[in-house]
Write a protein that binds this ligand. Structure first.
Ligand code: ZN
Length: 305
């Protein structure tokens, strides 16, 4: 009897171990790189990490770089331990060794997610600009590639001279889906309201192997371009997939843009897509329409079935 009992106990333990291994195996490992940014990275990186960890699909780790101006030579994240890297970084150049390691990671199929000012980073790093498709500031001009925007029912590549990167006053704005069949966008409304944010415009870059998924526009009187500007993009780089969201401006007292249901939903769907090439997440019933913003203070994630 005693033997039977201990055998039963052993079986239970094995089941528990198997189940926990199994549930761990289902999560994708995310490395959030931060530490320098002209935005409130201390807040945004925490919120984005919580967003990933709430979703049941991801397990996020945050790595903080040395501060601006400090020695970067030893900063060398172990990218290949992760399924995807999420950049919340706009700062000093990484060492050549770290840059090469990162290029190798994405080229070999590693996932990459960049949001907001991460696309201001590394203006002179050619391969990085290939990965992100479009970038802003850092003396980007026509030498770095065309402007890309939606006009008369199609995307235009505009090589006219001018600076790359600008934005107007922060405001709530409508985001418009431009590729409803892409796995990241499938099932999302064709228009939805995003909470107060900076609407980046006039970005420039090589824009190779790039698909724009959504656009938004701001009037010239408010500092916008008046054009339908790319908000969400995917880029294929080697065997790697990249999701680029220009949304997500943060300041010490303004974190709503990264708590917006639209930002969170598209970030998580983009993150799954860069890992698997598909999206299994369902869309929350309180996803915003074109009239009102939805903030998820508790950072609810869509059901990940
Ligand atoms: Zn910003």
């Amino acid at each position: 009897m005693k033997i039977v009992k201990s055998k039963f106990k052993m079986l239970l333990i094995l089941l528990v171990v198997f189940n926990s291994i199994n549930s761990l195996a289902q999560k994708y490992e995310v490395l959030i790189v931060t530490g320098q940014n002209n935005h409130y990275w201390q807040g945004s990186s925490k919120i984005v990490a919580k967003t990933f960890n709430n979703s049941d699909l991801f397990n996020a780790t945050v790595i903080v770089s040395p501060s601006k101006g400090e020695d970067m030579s030893e900063f060398s994240p172990k990218f290949k331990k992760y399924d995807l890297v999420c950049l919340d970084y706009n700062g000093d150049y990484w060492s050549d060794k770290t840059q090469n390691k990162f290029v190798k990671f994405v080229k070999k199929g590693g996932g990459l997610v960049v949001f907001h000012a991460s696309d201001n980073s590394f203006p002179k790093w050619k391969e990085f600009n290939e990965m992100i498709g479009l970038g802003g500031w850092g003396n980007r001009t026509e030498k770095d590639g065309p402007y890309v925007y939606w006009k008369n029912g199609e995307f235009v590549r505009d090589n006219s001279p001018g600076r790359g990167g600008s934005h107007g006053e922060q405001e709530d704005f409508v985001v418009r889906t431009r590729n409803s069949e892409h796995p990241i966008m499938k099932g999302l409304p064709s228009v939805w309201m995003h909470s107060k944010d900076e609407l980046y415009h006039s970005l420039r870059g090589p824009a190779n192997n790039m698909t724009v998924l959504a656009t938004a526009s701001q009037k010239k009187e408010s500092g916008g371009s008046g054009r339908q500007e790319p908000m969400l993009m995917t880029i294929n780089y080697g065997k790697g997939r990249v999701f680029h969201s220009v949304l997500g401006h943060t300041g010490k007292n303004s974190l709503n843009s990264v708590k917006c249901a639209g930002f969170i939903t598209t970030l998580l769907r983009g993150a799954e897509w860069v890992v698997t090439g598909d999206v299994t997440q369902t869309i929350s019933s309180d996803f915003p329409n074109a009239k009102a913003v939805t903030l998820w203070e508790g950072l609810e994630a869509p059901d990940a079935n």
